[in-house]
Design a protein. Structure first.
Length: 181
């Protein structure tokens, strides 16, 4: 019971985000210009985009998990600073020696998409790792709930026939979806 109370926010978040992902068509992220400023740092020819992006984010005090696209022919570098609340897109224009910072429009759908898609232990940031650990705990709890439900069902002899029928139907439908989708 206490574990369920503790994990309720994650379960509600994943249920709501999955519902949205199932019913909402993917829509593009809308960015609004937040800031534009001179940026005089230059990078040597052949500097990997990830290294340049990391330096730019550090100089702008925007360290955190990010993605970076391959530079355009003119050297323009587009960095997506991932943030569950307010992701940003930072565009570095080396020829103009400036950066443009844009913030994603805040909306519930975008927040839930980002919540649902956060993953992994790769980012070296404490908040990302804490989120990854909490997701693992939710998964362990769900497996525990499923196994304890099976055990409780098995212990109640009167429910076994209905339980077998439900399990067979569930497995059959799952296999049908898995093979046809």
């Amino acid at each position: 019971m206490y574990l369920a109370l503790f994990l309720t926010p994650w379960m509600v978040g994943y249920a709501a985000s999955t519902l949205l992902m199932n019913h909402e068509a993917g829509r593009p992220v809308v960015y609004t210009k937040e800031n534009e400023q001179p940026y005089s740092t230059t990078f040597e020819q052949g500097t990997p985009p990830r290294v340049a992006a990391e330096q730019i984010l550090s100089d702008l005090d925007l360290e955190g998990t990010f993605g970076v696209a391959a530079p355009s022919p003119d050297g323009k570098l587009v960095i997506t600073r991932q943030d569950i609340i307010a992701p940003r897109r930072i565009t570095f224009y080396p020829g103009e020696r400036r950066v443009e910072i844009e913030r994603a429009k805040k909306d519930a759908v975008g927040f839930l998409y980002r919540f649902h898609r956060r993953r992994g232990y790769e980012p070296p940031f404490a908040a990302d790792r804490a989120m990854a650990v909490s997701v693992d705990l939710v998964i362990v709890a769900m497996v525990f709930w499923a196994l304890s439900g099976l055990w409780m069902w098995w212990e109640m002899r009167a429910t076994r026939p209905w339980g077998v029928a439900c399990a067979v139907a569930g497995i059959g439908i799952f296999v049908a979806f898995a093979l046809t989708i």
